[in-house]
Design a protein around this ligand. Structure first.
Ligand code: GLC
Length: 562
């Protein structure tokens, strides 16, 4: 019998991307001392859990998502003792700690990989996906085993001369994929999980976990310029078997929960993993609603479509209701800042709050990303040389192949790069935004004098104080956590309107996504009355009669009918 872990439904998770959170020792890198110092701040927002993006030793080919030791802490961030202290201090405050579990791949600097390169008979060789090349090219060299391309860095196969074999990497070259078909690798994964759970952590966010099982035939992929072949390892043949093993052998024995990151997964697929007797995840981080201004990936940018945003959220709410659980998020370390994407930098405060209402008054567990709570926006860098991420570098090469000049690519990167979310958190208006007394590893956004935590603390009308209020409203009114969702006016391109229903109560959420005033007539049966307003982002609301609102730019109003 699995332990009852349904507490995950009432969490509010705050994501820490440590290197940019808060520097506690003046070396320019965010660290665990900084996190310790800010635990009460995180709690004050209404969060009762922290998800740490990887804080393990790593050579940083992908800023921590390339792990070279799964059972230690990166020296830039601190050490295991300090981490344990954070776990204890968090627990004292009734907060949970979630680690990032990255086991689709390791770092190429991991001991297992170094051993695997030594010889084909090495016990670690079969920990990775090593394959013979195909035939020879005109220069007598080898061709890779198939046409797959990585998601992050050129081809998906790297040649090793000594072994005369190729290893596979779905992401960067420094991120070789593990061979999950090897039972020893699966035992290692379980061992890592137990290590952290025994230390007291409360769960894992599992990185691209739905990529861990590859088609054993390694057939050629559909020819696309990035990630060719992905259809042969996205939700591969043995995925369920391996996930069940992790769940049954480890997870079910601890009071913990799992949230899976799962690209290219729709709400119907999600039910296979998150409901019924085969449930392997407690919830999933999906990408559907993050594609409302792009095609497949942020880099292929399109104008924001509210209809697409609403359709994605509705589909997850409707399909999962009563069967599975949602993870609610609009920002993380992999996407540009949401105000710059789906809101308006001109109406930063209004749209930051409106987006919060749109995303978090529905059923599920909210996740917020560092800086989101103060309405941080995109960075506008002057040169490509200032960027630091393998994805930005790779896209530059791909765009170049298509003849896109560098100065245009700079614009694209400023608009679409995930590095927008990785600038240091802006704590105050002092030098380096109070993030560090040293030289920050990545430039602080120039707007820090206007956007920072200190300012937000002293402004009753700030986005930060609005988030606090919103999470209180959720906590005090379970309708917003467990209620049944129904969308109205799905064709409306400017307003998002939905109802929540729970134990005889009803709520109506109305959010404008327009920079202009809009007249909005409530759905039939809803009487709009100031007395029913439980959350709003303008001082007062404007009602005509009892069913029409005048919505000002990015106005958001929530009515509750008890
Ligand atoms: C996930 C992470 C992302 C990382 C990638 C490879 O998508 O969120 O940051 O680069 O996996 O590990």
């Amino acid at each position: 019998m699995a332990i009852d872990n349904s507490w995950y439904k009432e969490l509010v998770v705050y994501q820490v991307w440590c290197r940019s959170f808060k520097d506690g020792n003046g070396d320019g890198q965010g660290d665990l001392l900084g996190v310790l110092e800010k635990l009460d701040y995180i709690k004050s927002i209404g969060a009762n859990a922290i998800w740490f993006s990887p804080i393990y030793p790593s050579p940083n080919a992908d800023w921590g998502y390339d792990i070279s030791d799964y059972k230690d802490i990166h020296p830039d961030f601190g050490d295991l003792d300090l981490f344990k202290k954070i776990v204890d201090e968090a627990h004292k405050r009734d907060m949970k700690i979630i680690m990032d579990l990255v086991v689709n791949h390791t770092s190429s600097e991991h001991y297992w990989f170094k051993e695997s390169m030594k010889s084909k008979d090495n016990p670690y060789h079969n920990y990775y996906i090593w394959k013979d090349g195909k035939g020879g090219d005109s220069k007598g060299g080898k061709n890779p085993p198939n046409n797959w391309l990585s998601i992050f860095e050129g081809g998906a196969w790297e040649y090793n001369e000594q072994l005369d074999q190729f290893y596979m990497h779905a992401f960067a070259k420094g991120q070789p994929d593990l061979n999950m078909d090897n039972p020893k690798v699966r035992e290692e994964v379980k061992d890592i999980m137990r290590f952290w759970l025994d230390m007291g952590v409360d769960g894992f966010r599992e990185d691209v976990i739905t990529f861990i099982s590859k088609d054993p035939d390694f057939p050629n992929g559909f020819p696309i310029p990035i990630a060719c072949g992905i259809e042969h390892y996205n939700k591969g043949p043995n995925l369920m078997k391996y996930l069940k093993e992790f769940r049954e052998d480890v997870v079910n024995h601890y009071d913990c929960f799992l949230v899976a990151e799962s690209p290219m997964t729709n709400s119907k697929d999600a039910l296979k993993f998150t409901s019924g007797k085969d449930k392997v995840f407690d919830m999933m981080i999906n990408f559907d609603h993050m594609n409302a201004d792009c095609f497949m990936t942020d880099t292929v940018h399109l104008p924001f479509s509210l209809k697409r945003f609403k359709k994605a959220l509705s589909s997850w709410q409707e399909n999962l209701y009563g069967k599975a659980w949602n993870a609610l998020y609009i920002e993380n370390h992999d996407h540009p800042r949401v105000i710059s994407r789906y809101g308006s930098e001109k109406y930063r405060k209004e749209s930051g709050k409106a987006l919060a209402v749109a995303a978090y008054m529905m059923s599920g567990t909210p996740y917020i990303y560092q800086g989101q709570e103060i309405g941080m926006v995109n960075n506008h860098l002057k040169s490509l040389d200032e960027f630091k991420d393998v994805v930005t570098f790779n896209n530059e090469k791909v765009f170049k192949k298509f003849g896109v000049p560098r100065f245009i690519y700079l614009k694209i990167a400023n608009l679409t790069s995930r590095e927008n979310a990785r600038t240091p958190v802006q704590w105050d208006d002092s030098e380096n935004a109070g993030f560090t007394t040293g030289t920050p590893w990545f430039g602080v956004n120039k707007n820090y004098k206007n956007i920072n935590v200190k300012d937000a603390e002293s402004d009753p009308d700030s986005i930060l104080n609005f988030y606090r209020e919103l999470f209180k409203v959720r906590q005090n009114n379970k309708i917003f956590i467990y209620g049944k969702y129904k969308e109205y006016f799905h064709k409306n391109k400017k307003v998002y309107c939905y109802e929540m229903k729970y134990e005889g109560q009803k709520a109506l959420v109305v959010v404008s996504f327009s920079e202009k005033n809009i007249k909005f007539k409530a759905p039939r049966g809803f009487k709009l009355d100031k007395d029913n307003v439980i959350l709003k982002n303008y001082k007062d609301i404007e009602i005509d009669g009892n069913d029409t609102l005048t919505l000002r730019p990015y106005e958001a109003v929530v009515f509750l009918y008890k």
